[in-house]
Structure formats: C-alpha cells, structure tokens
Design a protein around this ligand. Structure first.
Ligand code: ATP
Ligand code: MG
Length: 698
C-alpha cells in the first residue's frame, strides 16, 4: 500500500517537474499521440497556469478536450475538473468530444458548461446569502423587454420614443464593464436602471448579466462559498478566452483560489463580443493575474486548405494591435475561394441552395457538410424558404428562438408561476390568457396596490388585496384564478408534467390556440410546438429527476436557442447559422452570404467605429470552412418590399487576389441559361455585374 502511494507521489512529482517530457505512451489509458508536440505539452501540463494562444483551427478545443481526458486518465478526480466556454452549442460540442474519450461514469462527473450556467449553479446553492430567494426566475430577452417597457411607460409616458432594446443594451454594456451610469451623466438612464434593479429584486428575478454579477459577488463576499467551489474545482479550463469580459474574468480569478491550475485557450483575432464588454486585453493581461504561466503557441492549422487559410490571413492582417501569427496548413487544396455576385437576394438563396444540392447529389457530400452563414437573422428567411421548397433538411442555429413563440411563452409562464408565483411578469402574462374576465383595468389596479404595499401582484391577488377597487365579477374571476394556480402548483410537486397538462386542459388552451389563429395550419403548428415542448419537459424530468421543474426552467432560460444535446443529435441537415453562433464550429463547405456593406461590416459597427471587430467576425466566418469557401454578394436586396441597391463589402478588397476567383453567379452555376432565355432584365443585370466587378473586385 505504502509503496503504491509512494509510486503515485513520485508520478505526481515527475509530472509537476517535467510535464512536457512525459512520453505519450506513459499517459495511463489516454493516448496523446493524436496531438502534435505543443498540443501534447499543453494537454499534459496539469498544474499551474497555462495560456494557449493560437489561431483558428489549430486544435485549441481539441487540446482542451484531450487535456481533460488525460487528466482523468492520470487519476485526477473528474468532479474537480471544470471547463467553461461561451455558447451552449460550444459546451455541447465539447461534451460530445469528451464523451468519446473518457469512461461514461467519469464523463458524467465533469462540469462542462457556459459561464452563465455555472453561475446558476452557484446561485441556486447560495443566493439566499445575497438576500434573494432561491426560487428566483431568470429573465431572458422578452421578459426583460417587458419589464423595461413598463418602467419607461411609467416614467416617460406612452409617447416616449425610446426603444426598450436600446435601454437594455446600454444597461447591459455598463454592467458587463462593471460600472454604472451616474445620475449626473445620464439622469434618465440612471433612474430607469435603478428602478429596473429594484423591480427585479421584488419579483425575485435576475437577468443574464445578473447571473455573472451575483455569481462573482457571492464568491467575493462569502469566503465559505468561495472555498467550497475552490475545493470543488481544482482544475479549470476556459475555451474562447478572448471573449471573456471583466465580470467573467473576476469570476475566474475568484474561482481559481490559490492553486492557479487554470488553462485558458484563445485567439485574439476571433474576439467578437466587444459589445458585451469582452476585453481582448484579458488575454494579454492573463500573466498579471496568473503569474508565470506556461505559454504555448499552436501554428499548424488542421482545418482548412491553404487558399482558405491564406485568404483569411490576408484579411486579418489589416487589423492593428494584434499578435502576428504564422498559420500554415499541410492541405494545399485545389479550389480557390469564390466570390460570387448575384442580382438579388432571391437569386442568392437559389444559387446557394442549388450549389448545396449539387454538392450533395453530385459529389456525395452529406447535408451536414454544408453551412450558410449570415450576419443578421432576417437574412435567413429566403434560405429557409428555398430549402423547404426543395425538401432539404436543415437546422437553424442562433436564430429566432423557439421559446419566443407566443404559445410556448404562455406555457412557460404557467410553469414559472408554479415555481415562483411572485414573478409579476409571468403572472401578468397569463392572468387573462385565455380570457377569463380579468380586465386590463383589474390588472392595473393590482399592480398599483402591489406598488403601494411593496409586494408582488400575486400576494395582492391571494389576500383579496383589491378590496372594492374592482367589480364583484372581477373579484370572483381573480379568486378562481388563484385557486387554480394553487391547485396545480401543489400537483406540480408530485409531477410537473402531469400538472401542466392538467392545467392546460382546464383552461382549454388548445381551443384558445385554435380561436386565436388565422389558419388551421397555423393552429396545427402551434399545437405541435406545445406538444413538442411538453415532450421536452417529460424527457427532462425523466433524465434529471433531481433538478426537477426548476432545473428545466433554468435550462430553457440558458438554452435560448434550444440546442440541447438531444436536440442537436436529432436535427440533421444543412446548418443555417449566424456568424456569431458559428464560432468554434467547422464545416467542409461554407457559404458566407450577404458580404455587403451594412451587413459585414454592419452599419451599426460603422457608426460605433468598431471596424476591427467586424473584420474579426468576418475572419471567424471564413475560418469555419474546411474545403470550400464561397462568398456571395447581392447587387440589390428586397427591403420592406422595395429593391434597394447594395455595395460589396470593403473587406473583399482586402482579400489576397491570388487565392480568390470572382465572377457572376452564372459562371459557377450548372446548368447555364440558354441565350434565348436571357431576357432584357437579366441582360441589364449582367451589365451591372460587369460594372461592379470592374470597380469593386479584383
Ligand atoms: P477555433 O479557433 O475555430 O475554435 P480550434 O483551434 O479550437 O479552432 P479545433 O476545433 O480544436 O481548433 O480543431 C480544428 C480541426 O483540426 C478539428 O477537426 C480537429 O479535429 C483537427 N485537429 C486539431 N489538432 C489536430 C491534430 N494534432 N491532428 C489532426 N487533426 C487535428
Ligand atoms: Mg475552438
């Protein structure tokens, strides 16, 4: 026994002293031979700070996953390993990769998640220490908008011409930088913010930014909490570190304790969340917080062909203040990057989807090999239409949320009430949905009384607090509502799925949906959405019995894009994806659509002067491609029913012409139009194409 322990100790010491010198064959169980030298060094250095700074596609994520597997196989308890990344999709990808490398029992003990879901865990355990109740609700976009709109109307009247979205963005941006507007700087914003914070507190709700703020505060102010998590997570990794903002960096520092077994991986050229306060300087400042790190550089790109890589390199070189990298690839590749000009956005969708169809049927590529990238959600509609028409399977990533559907929000509101009836926003949403005789006036009275008495609307309704301010009929309707919620809340303790089904039946939700839809198709689609959502709930309760309804509501709030593991597995097909959501992913064939001024760079970015960040976003888009990269540019686009002229993106001028071929769509598209099919309209478009090509493209 003693000898064994001594052996272990020896092994540990050897690793600490010469981690990089451990030959791959000595790594118990896990084979590091599939990594290159520097990757192996990173994967086998488990103690102390490690900084991996490397370009796109050089295997950063692969190194992190291999490192986790190697740690587990060297005897580190999987429960003490935490890997954090930025999107649910990336976290799921990482889980998927790790699952293939370690035993199932060990995999389930690892914590691989986003910063936000990590904070939810911290807060569910200890938020009472900060004066909140532990059944808090997480507000996502629409609830936040609802609350801010209410405050704006209250403070500025109905004619106030301020969009809630603008206020939310301003507050979020300041919060993420760890500062606030002072009353002198912007009195109105200051007042709205204060009221917003106060109301959330009263509603026992937190928004996405609060998760980080409160998580960090908890660790800062409560040393027992900090030491609990510090002991729990002794090995921490962060992927996509370039996108951490100040709050996340604070959290990381507080979580790391004194051991500093932290490994971060990032690429300064891919920092694309400046608007959320991400601080590219964090990556450059890492050494200050975690002294004497082992710095590892990765330069071989395994993802893309040389023409794709060189094109991306030629673009990013135009940014200033970056660390120069020498990325190279063994894959010389045969195809150049294509820039294709299309007469309009409908043609663009047709061209892209035809190309995908040809690749699938002609070259035998799977539908999953293709991705269409775009900058804004509204660009996706025509692609979706074209795909549906041709019956090509597809999945939408980072687009309009399933949870933003009206009927799903109603069901969610009822479920939330079963957990936290003090949440006014959700309560008010369903107070009269479906209509049950509780008028807007009654609701307004209830809000007014709740404000006077400084308690939630639910309290007022429960305690008959409306008195004779409303009619006897309204009083009865309110009492019936309260009784129903109490009944099903109790039932939900036993079985939440059965409770919500019972409630929906009681309120005849299905009939309500049918009545409120214009067509039977719409009604069917909405009913199906509810069924599918309830199916999600069933599955969740079955697979996570301990987490229960609260866990389900958390995961809905955190997985706004509904990309949970099961879902991703099930959804096959062409990926339609925003450039932001594409980070970290790769596809054999990538179409970047709408490479035009106003999209990329985005017009808002031009006003803000964040051109460099736009260039990085475009760089992220280009570097997703493995074999084939096609950029499409429209000459006109339909905007609000009118054809509006577009300008090719200035970034196209920055691409190295050696690796790029540009042409109008017909030269790339089989089959070509016959001469007699070419009408005058098409001829004039071709003439325009010629002009633009001469002026704007090399
Ligand atoms: P990004 O910057 O886009 O996040 P990344 O640096 O995280 O990229 P990965 O996604 O880990 O890169 O790897 C890119 C591709 O290269 C993956 O398909 C991965 O499997 C492959 N790869 C990485 N390292 C190696 C290696 N040593 N040998 C073979 N393939 C590798
Ligand atoms: Mg990665």
């Amino acid at each position: 026994m003693q000898r064994e322990n001594a052996g272990c100790l020896h092994w540990e010491l050897a690793k600490r002293r010469h981690p990089a010198m451990l030959p791959a064959s000595m790594a118990k169980g896990f084979d590091l031979s599939k990594l290159n030298g520097p990757q192996r060094e990173a994967a086998s250095t488990h103690q102390g700070p490690v900084l991996i700074l490397a370009g796109a596609g050089t295997g950063k994520t692969r190194t992190i996953t291999a490192r986790i597997a190697h740690m587990v196989s060297s005897g580190i308890a999987p429960g003490s390993i935490l890997a954090v990344t930025f999107t649910n999709k990336a976290a799921n990808e990482m889980k998927e990769r790790v699952r293939g490398m370690v035993a199932r029992g060990a995999a389930s003990k690892l914590t691989l998640c986003t910063f936000h879901s990590l904070c939810v865990r911290l807060l569910r355990r200890d938020i009472t220490k900060l004066g909140y109740k532990s059944n808090f609700t997480i507000y996502t976009g629409s609830e936040q908008t609802g609350l801010i709109r209410r405050i704006l109307v209250r403070r500025g009247g109905r004619d106030l011409k301020i969009e809630p979205g603008v206020v939310i963005a301003a507050i979020s941006s300041l919060k993420n930088r760890g500062v606030g507007p002072t009353a002198e700087e912007d009195p109105f914003l200051h007042m709205v913010w204060e009221e917003y914070e106060r109301e959330k507190r009263a509603l026992n709700a937190v928004d996405f930014d609060d998760l980080l703020v409160l998580g960090s505060r908890l660790l800062e102010k409560h040393s027992e909490t900090a030491s609990y998590w510090g002991e729990r997570f002794r090995y921490i990794m962060v992927d996509e570190f370039q996108d951490t903002n100040r709050l996340q960096m604070d959290l990381l520092r507080r979580l790391c304790g004194t051991e500093h077994n932290v490994c971060v991986v990032g690429d300064d050229d891919q920092s694309i969340y400046g608007w959320r306060g991400a601080e590219i300087t964090n990556i450059l400042r890492f050494e200050r917080f975690f002294p004497d790190p082992k710095v590892i550089k990765l330069e071989e790109n395994y993802r893309s062909t040389m023409p794709i890589l060189q094109t991306a390199n030629s673009l990013i070189r135009h940014n200033t203040g970056r660390r120069e990298k020498r990325l190279w690839s063994r894959n010389s590749g045969e195809e150049k990057v294509r820039v294709v000009l299309l007469p309009d956005d409908r043609e663009e969708a047709r061209f892209v989807i035809s190309g995908i169809e040809a690749g699938h049927y002609g070259e035998g590529m799977k539908w999953e090999s293709f991705a269409v990238l775009f900058r804004t959600n509204r660009q996706s509609r025509l692609f979706e239409e074209e795909l549906r028409e041709r019956r090509i399977p597809y999945r939408m990533i980072g687009g309009q949320s399933f949870f933003d559907r009206r009927e799903i929000k109603d069901v969610l509101a009822y479920l939330t009430l079963m957990e936290n009836p003090d949440d006014d926003i959700h309560l008010l949403r369903v107070l009269n949905t479906p209509p049950r005789g509780i008028s807007t006036k009654t609701a307004e009275e209830a809000i007014a009384v709740s404000r006077e008495r400084e308690c939630s609307v639910w309290r007022i309704l429960c305690t008959g607090g409306l008195g004779d301010r409303v009619s006897a009929r309204a009083t009865n309707a309110v009492a019936a509502f309260v009784e129903m919620i109490v009944e099903f809340t109790e039932a939900s303790r036993e079985n939440a799925a059965a409770a919500i089904r019972g409630l929906l039946e009681r309120i005849e939700f299905s009939d309500f949906i049918r009545r409120s839809c214009k067509t039977p198709e719409e009604a069917n689609s909405r009913e199906e959405a509810v069924e599918s959502f309830l199916g999600d709930l069933d599955r969740h309760l079955e697979t996570h019995p301990k987490a229960g309804l609260r866990g389900f509501l958390d995961s809905v709030a955190l997985n706004g894009d509904r990309d949970n593991d099961d879902d991703l597995e099930k959804k096959k097909g062409v990926s339609l994806i925003t450039m932001h959501a594409a980070k970290g992913l790769e596809f054999p064939v990538v179409y970047v659509s709408g490479v035009e001024e106003g999209f990329i760079p985005h017009k808002r970015a031009l006003e803000d002067g964040s051109l460099d960040e736009e260039r990085r976003l475009f760089y992220v888009g280009l570097t997703r491609a493995m074999k084939r990269l096609i950029l499409t540019v429209c000459i006109t686009r339909n905007k609000w029913g009118q054809q509006v002229g577009c300008q090719p993106s200035r970034f196209l001028d920055e691409l190295d012409p050696e690796h790029v071929e540009s042409a109008d769509f017909q030269s790339f598209e089989p089959p070509p139009l016959e001469a007699d099919q070419v009408g005058t309209e098409v001829k004039s478009i071709l003439a325009m194409l010629q002009d633009i090509e001469d002026v704007d493209l090399r």
